[in-house]
Design a protein around this ligand. Structure first.
Ligand code: NI
Length: 184
């Protein structure tokens, strides 16, 4: 077992505030490799033993820009605690085409591999979103995601637009409108 060598940039890096560029196809072999390495990295980061040994913070999503490459690509790997299996997504050039009215937020607070500090407050997210995107071969796909996967998609799409979750927390009132949203 080898952990892919991936360096995740910290929020102080200016590139994280830029808008990533649309991707054209076919992808280079280098980009494809980085996609699969990123998924492997996220999966291993959610393994307690590996995470401890290699000092990894657990993460379920990673955008290319967090590795210093401002392309509109992100990956998600979410472990199903019951089966131990991963649900993975490779998402390129995403666009939210519809969203629920209902808003949700992560009760314990959202996290990000680029934000290495504790941030309190609510990040309002749509409970469900429909996203149009390209898969790794460039084919157009549409997916409807909900709950924590919907939050992950919105968090990662924000990265592609230079937005970090901390930007969505009201500075003066971090728990603003809490009672109008459902806690996850
Ligand atoms: Ni993040």
């Amino acid at each position: 077992m080898e952990v892919p060598k991936i360096k995740v940039l910290d929020e102080k890096e200016k590139i994280l505030r830029t808008v990533s560029k649309e991707v054209t196809f076919p992808l280079s072999e280098k980009d494809k490799k980085l996609i699969y390495d990123s998924i492997k990295f996220l999966e291993l980061s959610q393994d307690d033993e590996v995470a401890q040994k290699y000092h990894l913070r657990p993460g379920m999503g990673l955008a290319f820009v967090q590795m210093g490459i401002p392309k509109r690509i992100f990956v998600i790997a979410n472990k199903d605690e019951d089966t131990g299996k991963f649900e993975t997504h490779i998402v390129i050039n995403p666009e939210i085409i519809s969203q629920s009215e209902e808003l949700i937020y992560v009760g314990e607070g959202e996290g990000c591999l680029s934000v290495n500090r504790c941030v309190e407050g609510i990040v309002p997210r749509y409970a469900r979103v429909t996203v149009k995107y390209n898969d790794i071969e460039g084919n157009l796909q549409t997916i409807r995601v909900r709950e924590e996967i919907a939050i992950a998609f919105q968090h990662e799409i924000d990265h592609l637009n230079g937005i970090l979750f901390v930007d969505r927390i009201d500075k003066k009132d971090p728990y603003k409108n809490k009672d109008q949203m459902r806690e996850l």
